[in-house]
Design a binder for this molecule. Sequence first.
Ligand SMILES: [Mg+2]
Length: 267
Amino acid sequence: MPFDFSPYRAALLDLDGTLAHDDHALPGAAALVRRLQAMGLIVGVISNSGAGPLRTQMRLHGMAIDIDAANIFTAAAHTAEHILRHFSRDALARRPRVFNLSTHAVHDMLNDQVDWVQTGGEPCDVVTVASPTSQHYSPDRARVALQLARAGAAIVGLCADRLFPSRRGMEFGSGAATQMLAYAAGVTPTFCGKPQPEFFTDFCKHLGVDTNECVLIGDNLEADIAGGMNVGMTAVLTLTGVSRRKDIILTPEHRRPAAVVDDLTQL
Ligand SMILES: [Mg+2]
């Protein structure tokens, strides 16, 4: 029986492993998005990607999935908002001083609102960290970040992901890179992205919906399903990405998704 979307005002779909794999839409993805939009649901896309909403909109468009950037929330976008809220100009009485050990998108979203730190000897409020494959990450820059964190800068990871798959195999995720820096500096880091409750509640505020009016569809029991359920969303697991059917058995009954599908065509 197809899933009944009629009780919900919004559907939040994870990107990688749910809607898409690399630059290919997964089976049923484009059709499901069109059907939900035709039903009048607000369709949002969530991702722990270090890219920004605009670039993600273009990537989806290339797969015949049309979602406005305002309805896309990524770990990079959440990080930019987090920095501006927690290191606000008002509270500091100046622009926040930031060292970027993360992505182009974080740079672009913060560029006219922060002062960029370039060297280890400068005063710095916060260091942003993403995967070592990110554009602004290098061994030399990681060394500068270590110096800054040891001197008192806070550490904010784009997300807590341990790994992510690439064409070369598994890569160190933003979470792993953040923990390495935090461990060396002896600092407790903060994480943005899924499954942090603020990621979901902030996005719902942007969309103008309550968390309990949302159904979330994702491929990851930890980042998507647990994250969404923690803030009161209904969750649906698709087996096209990270989590396998056997992983559900290891999940306590009250933490299991409302439905499990082999792919999005079953919805
Ligand atoms: Mg995913």
